[in-house]
Ligand binder design. Structure first.
Ligand code: C2E
Ligand code: CA
Ligand code: CA
Ligand code: CA
Length: 297
């Protein structure tokens, strides 16, 4: 049951598909508890663009592989979906993230002046958690979330669930119901990887969402040559400008993902994008590092 470690190492350079198959037997079997020594939740800061101060974190899971170290979720989330492991794993991640948010809330009140938060000059610290396709159609998702919020004493208004356009389109009817129920609880909702799905824009007004996350593929294409060649009117810039305008017209916030350079940050700021996330500010951090980042912010 499970491959020899040598075999796994030799597969490291293989195609993602065969790599997936090689780690499948190592994934914990599906039961209702996750062994906390097998996974860890990392947190990537989300910052306000003019100041670079933290306004939230995105929870990003990593699998602690017996021989390969930390394995990225891109490799095992699809498998966890196929095997059903995503249900207990998703609940475990959500609970970790809510617990962490409750702990951080106090330090955040100190980083910003509490009165600035109260008078609305600064948004409250949020925790964003990714929802998988299986979780959206999970019959007891809402009960599970209610239970986690209660157990961790987490403020639902500070929890933000991220869902991609493709997940919504794949489960349209269920999504309408589930997302409405989440909003009724005060939970915030973001559309992840916005602009990459096959969806039409017409669904946007049917869902009670708060935030659009501009996919990192758009941000990546903002290279210095884009700025010089067509004087800020290149196609890449126009696409982002259109997304930001659309969001603001619909009263939504915008977060740009994958910001790696200061030029990108500057341009996004000029395009009125209010929040950002990316290696320029910080990579995803383990809980201790993330706490330091928050305190130094
Ligand atoms: P995502 O939700 O779009 O998450 C953003 C990904 O971009 C993360 O990869 C993050 O580390 C990476 N990233 C952030 N800033 C930069 C940057 O400046 N440059 C580049 N090149 N990359 C950047 P990660 O952690 O490997 O996660 C990959 C995907 O796996 C996520 O994409 C999400 O779809 C999924 N995922 C991660 N954690 C979870 C989870 O807890 N639950 C579920 N259902 N899915 C998860
Ligand atoms: Ca995400
Ligand atoms: Ca994303
Ligand atoms: Ca993605």
């Amino acid at each position: 049951n499970g491959l020899e470690s040598q075999e796994i190492l030799s597969l490291e350079t293989a195609q993602p598909q065969s790599l997936n198959q090689s780690i499948l037997p190592l994934l914990p079997s599906q039961n209702n508890c996750i062994d906390p020594t097998e996974f860890v939740v990392y947190y990537q800061p989300i910052v306000k663009l003019p100041t670079a101060k933290v306004v939230g974190f995105e929870a990003l899971v990593r699998w602690i592989h017996p021989t390969r170290g930390l394995v990225s979720p891109g490799e095992f989330i699809p498998l966890a979906e196929e095997t059903g492991l995503i249900i207990p794993l998703g609940s475990w991640i959500l609970k970790q993230a809510c617990q962490q948010l409750t702990i951080w809330q106090q330090s955040y009140d100190q980083v910003w002046e509490k009165q600035d938060i109260q008078n609305g000059a600064v948004p409250p610290l949020t925790m964003s958690v990714n929802l998988s396709s299986q979780q959206v159609v999970q019959s007891n998702l809402l009960e599970t979330i209610d239970q986690i919020l209660a157990e961790t004493n987490c403020n639902p208004h500070c929890l933000k669930l991220e869902i991609t356009e493709s997940i919504i389109m794949k489960n349209f009817q269920t999504s309408v119901v589930v997302l409405d129920e989440l909003r009724n609880r005060g939970i915030q909702l973001s559309i992840d990887d916005f602009g990459t799905g096959y969806s039409s824009l017409s669904y946007l007004h049917q869902f009670p969402i708060n935030t659009l996350k501009v996919d990192q593929s758009f941000v990546r294409r903002l290279q210095p040559k884009t700025f010089n060649s067509l004087e800020k009117s290149s196609q890449q810039i126009q696409i982002i400008r259109a997304i930001v305008t659309l969001a603001h017209n619909l009263d939504l916030d915008v977060i740009a993902e994958g910001i790696e350079t200061d030029e990108q940050r500057q341009l996004l700021q000029e395009l009125d994008c209010e929040m950002g996330q990316g290696y320029l500010f910080s990579k995803p951090l383990n809980p201790e590092q993330a706490t330091q980042f928050l305190l130094n912010s």
